[in-house]
Design a protein around this ligand. Structure first.
Ligand code: GDP
Ligand code: ZN
Length: 298
């Protein structure tokens, strides 16, 4: 479903798209907004127009996390995974952004997948398979799957396609890494604009993250959520944030205090793991930055 200026564009089972209005009662009945990705029931009225008459249960959602104290703001409903796209070079990987997006995925209980594009720019490319740059080892160690692709040379696209079939995926990452190029190669006819490295937008509580959902075929959808990478993780519970770094979870069980946020507490096993080298400094630094951000919003 796509929502444009109060009109709900709904894809029917047969693939047909209908423009619908929303029956006033629906919002009241379920007590929440209808979001992109929601499954809805549509009724046809006598005058031939269509309206959304019911909203079905969601199995997941990507939302501005922790905003439960206010109104939950669902960006995309029924999402399965967040695909974090980075480039081997041009631009070089922004690890704090990767860590932010993976934490956002974890906080929403969604799978996180890392795609490392522009493999053709790696040293030694294009001959032979591209090795994973060592800075990405911590992600593999934390349990994330990493796909190495080149939209330019068509490398790794089949593996990526397999991960997208039958699922709703959100693509995010800095501009210029090749998200549009990857999606255009996978979904001919989609024709997303391929641009040059763009300008950074401000981060903030009111950053709007509009979403549109594109049918990928084979039962999959790709959500375009521009600005997601700049979404501030305000209002996030610090304890939940610690849990959103998978490699912290084991050590965290050994922390002296159950409510340890792994900052300066005595007997913190996460910091011990950092000192022992089993937690990567870059991951811990990102955690610290996100923790400060989470506290800022409280
Ligand atoms: P987006 O901002 O993440 O959507 O990135 P785009 O798809 O607009 O691509 C940004 C630039 O990178 C364009 O000039 C693309 O042609 C280029 N690009 C995309 N994928 C690759 C790739 O695999 N290898 C190389 N060398 N360039 C690529
Ligand atoms: Zn701790």
């Amino acid at each position: 479903m796509r929502i444009v200026a109060g009109t709900y564009h709904v894809e029917m089972d047969g693939g047909e798209w209908l423009e619908c209005s929303l029956r006033g009662r629906v919002k009241q009945k379920v007590g929440r907004q209808v979001s992109v990705g929601d499954l809805v029931r549509v009724e046809r009225l006598d005058d031939g127009s269509c309206r959304v008459s019911d909203l079905l249960e969601r199995h997941s959602a990507l939302s501005r996390h922790g905003v439960v104290r206010r109104r939950e703001q669902v960006i995309v409903a029924n999402v399965d995974q967040v695909v974090t796209v980075a480039a081997i070079a041009a631009p070089s990987p922004d690890f704090s952004m990767i860590n932010r997006l993976l934490a956002l995925a974890e906080l929403n209980e969604l799978d996180g997948l890392v795609v490392l594009n522009k493999a053709d720019l790696a040293a030694g490319a294009p001959d032979g398979p591209t090795a994973l740059p060592s800075e990405f080892e911590p992600y593999r160690a934390a349990g994330y799957e990493i796909l190495i692709t080149s939209a330019k040379r068509g490398l790794g696209l089949e593996e990526l396609r397999e991960r997208l079939i039958g699922r709703i995926s959100v693509f995010s990452g800095p501009s210029g890494v090749g998200k549009s190029s990857l999606l255009n190669s996978l979904m001919p006819g989609l024709d997303l604009r391929v641009g040059e490295v763009g300008r950074r937008k401000g981060r903030g509580r009111h950053t709007t993250v509009a979403a549109a959902l594109y049918p990928f075929g084979e039962g999959g959808y790709v959500a375009d959520t521009p600005g997601l990478q700049y979404l501030a993780l305000w209002d996030v519970d610090p304890l939940a944030l610690g849990q959103s770094f998978p490699e912290f979870r084991g050590p965290a069980e050994e922390c002296r205090f159950a409510d340890c946020i792994h900052r300066a507490e005595p007997g913190c096993a996460v910091r011990e793991a950092l000192e022992a080298g089993t937690i990567a400094p870059s991951r811990y630094e990102s955690y610290q930055a996100l923790l400060r951000e989470a506290e800022e919003g409280r």
